[in-house]
Design a protein around this ligand. Structure first.
Ligand code: SF4
Length: 220
């Protein structure tokens, strides 16, 4: 896992993403993310996003609330049925924002979800998916991605979301005591957030996925 920013590894990762038919961008600071994403979107288009601290940290949620876009905002939904409708409408959005749980140096995006509205929209539906990732999300390979998920991303997210899981109490997945790199091993809590594991490799739809790497640590 990249503890300190290393431009050689960032450049290698971006080259790998491009070889996988994704667009890749680098910006030094989170303040540079907004102008870049605005240049990738059109005013009035329909936009949504998955749950992500990075998206908030970069000001994307505030930008979507500016009135310039048709923002499918589940936080304004008045009932579980409305939330469900927003999830379904998201499949026809122009742009979907997400971070990634990990990005490998070999150009794979690793995303894991509980409800799975986020990973399903990543795979299919929105015309483009823009990932915003701090350099801390870059890992060597999928084994490191799984360890990152089980020791960092899931424990911090379950704590933030107040989920009753082993990792929210103990700070790491219970699978860490077993074979840590076995991807799907985990708890059986109804609050489990690791249910569907999506690895995005070479893309048939060129540059539908766009990855912005930021030279700062962001999100979990
Ligand atoms: S499987 Fe359960 S304990 Fe393991 S990281 Fe996911 S939510 Fe946490």
């Amino acid at each position: 896992m990249m503890e300190k920013k290393d431009m050689n590894i960032i450049n290698k990762t971006m080259d790998s993403l491009r070889r996988n038919n994704m667009a890749a961008y680098y910006v030094e600071t989170k303040e540079e993310v907004l102008p870049l994403v605005e240049s990738l979107m059109k005013e009035g288009e329909t936009v949504s996003h998955g749950g992500s601290e990075t998206i908030k940290e970069c000001g994307i949620v505030d930008m979507l609330n500016s009135g310039k876009y048709n923002y499918l905002d589940r936080s304004k939904a008045a009932s579980p049925e409305e939330v469900e409708k927003i999830y379904r409408d998201t499949y026809s959005a122009d742009t979907f924002f997400s971070s990634a749980n990990a990005v490998t140096e070999g150009g794979l995006l690793f995303n894991v979800d509980g409800n799975s509205n986020r990973v399903s929209a990543i795979c299919y539906g929105p015309k483009q998916v823009i990932f915003v990732c701090g350099y801390n999300k870059i890992v060597k390979d999928l084994d490191e991605a799984v360890v990152r998920l089980k020791t960092t991303a899931s424990p911090k997210n379950t704590k933030r979301l107040n989920c009753n899981t082993y990792c929210s109490r103990e700070g790491e997945c219970l699978a860490m005591g077993r074979d840590a790199t076995y991807m799907c091993d985990g708890c059986k809590s109804p609050d489990r957030i690791c249910c569907n594991y999506v690895i995005s490799a070479w893309q048939r739809h060129k540059e539908r996925m766009k990855v912005i790497i930021v030279g700062e640590q962001l999100g979990y």
